[in-house]
Each structure stands twice: as C-alpha cells, then as structure tokens.
Write a protein that binds this ligand. Sequence first.
Ligand SMILES: [Zn+2]
Ligand SMILES: [Zn+2]
Length: 340
Amino acid sequence: MYLLPNEKQYKANLHTHTILSDGKLTAEELKEMYKAQGYQIMAFTDHEFCVEHQDLCDEDFLAITAYEIATTDKNDPEKRTYHMNLFAKDPHNTKQVFFHPSQINEKRYHQLPMIKCDEHKEREYSVECMNEVIRAANEAGYLVSYNHPTWSLQNYADYIGLKGLWGVEVANGICIRKGYEDFQPHVFDDLLKAGNRIFPIGADDIHNPQHAFIAFIKVASPSLNYGDVMNALEKGDFYASTGPEIHSLTLENGVLSIKCSDAVQIRVCTQGRRRYVTDSLANGGLISEAEFDIRAWFDETAERKNPFFRIAVTDERGHAAYTRAFFRDEVTEAFSSAQL
Ligand SMILES: [Zn+2]
Ligand SMILES: [Zn+2]
C-alpha cells in the first residue's frame, strides 16, 4: 500500500499575499521567485479577496484560486483571531462566503465591486460562527485550512470544536521567521485525536521576500492539472515540511518503509504513547531510509478511539517533515496478510 502515491511530487506554497492585500510583491513577481526555487504550485490567498490568477498558469506552474479570512475577537485586548484559508476546487470559483465590507479597510474599498458574494454577512468570534463559515465554504466548493494558531493567540478551546476543516498549518513561514512558535504539530495531534481527518500544511504566508522558502508541502499528483492537484490535496496525498523530503512511503504486511532525504531521526507517532523511532540520534549517523514493524500498534488499537499513526522526519538543522495521519480503518488491508 502506497501511503504516499507513487506519482511525481510537486512543490507548493499554499499561503501567499500579493499587493492586492498586504503583500509587497505582485502575483507575477511571486510566481517567478518561487519557480526559480523549484516550486510548481502556489495558492494566492489575499485577505478577504478571492482572485483567480489562472493567467499565470503554464506547463510548469499552477496557480490555485484561494483567499484568507480573518475573524477577530474585538473584545480581546490582544485581538485573538481565527485565520482560515479557503481553496477553490474550481479555478474560476471566486464567490466569497460570509463576506462583509467591514472586513476590509477603507483603503481597499475600490475592490468592493470586484468582490463576489451572494449577500453581505458578518462574522463573529465564536466556534459556532466559524463552523457556519466552514460549512458554507465547503458547500461553496472550498477546502478550508486553519492557519497559524500560535500567532492567532488561540488555544485548545478555540479550535477543538471546529468541524469540517481540511487542513491545519503545522508550519507557517512568516510566523516562524518573526519568532512565534508556529511550528506546532500538537494542534494537529489534538484535532486528530478528536477524530478529525485533517491534513498538515507547511506554507510561507509570504508578505515580503524575507518570508520566502521556509515551509512547503509536496503533493503527489498524476499531473499539474488543476483538477488533479486539487483532488490530490483533498485526498491528503501530500506532506508538509520545513526541509526534509520524503521520497516514498509504503506499508506492507504491517511493515512501514520510508525513503527520505538525509535525516537524524525518523519516527512513527501514534494516537497513544507508542512510538517507533530510529536510533540514529544515539549513533550519530545520517539515515535516509527506515523500516518499522508496526503490527503491535495495529493489534492493540482495535478497541481504541480514533487510532492513527503519522510519520515525522527531522534533519540535522532541526527542520522537519510531517505526513498526514493514517487512521486504522484506512490501512487495515496492509495488515491482513500479516495476520493470516
Ligand atoms: Zn493569517
Ligand atoms: Zn496570511
């Protein structure tokens, strides 16, 4: 069983701001910058403004139609806030959900005639309202990610009740560069343990060139076609990283095999205390492949709530790659022959 499909991997930055909101560069400049560094996919996620940049697509580059919404607690002196990215499954879908003109400042009022929405709707800072927004976004054909929880000053109570999310940022480039702890797989784990089939995202959230090339995802897709890539994203055929690359990931007869770039540790994390870890930290050598017999995890989790495992790879600089979580019911067939 291929946990990461045996397809070409495309490098993507799914969080980008241009001069259409508070970014310093144009979409064209960003495309050239990222292409030069080996990226093939960018989602343009300007604040409260969904714009299709399909004119930027070429045979080696795909622009994903998207935007970012912010819902801030006005009563909080620290202004805690929900930021979410909405990624359109249809490249020409730019109709926004829960938009209200008060969400952009006066300097941007000239954009109002270009903002498409059925009706103006205010958002308020609450889990209930955010769940309405996520539901409306899903119905309108968007995948929704939950962004940079640490910068947003959010804690468990703010996110554990969210439903319908597709992804969560485990690494946000600008926040990391600015000194926030926005490299945080624990939020990902919390959401997984609550039963959410949610995927990890690494993205730069670039506003100016200093935020480029910090966090990314690699998507395994049959092609760079918009539909193929969005389908791969929706299925979770990708991993997040701030450096290490995962070349292959398979599971056969209960044995998990991974090939990756040079690492100091490869580990399998589960929903519980059980971990499978390479011993290279102790031995001091670099490794680029590993095998783990995880049948014990499978055997002991039949009655557990939301059992899953996920894989993490750490390199010499402390950079890390994170796979999605694989829930027990998704991988049962890769254990069946081992049990006969
Ligand atoms: Zn944000
Ligand atoms: Zn952003």
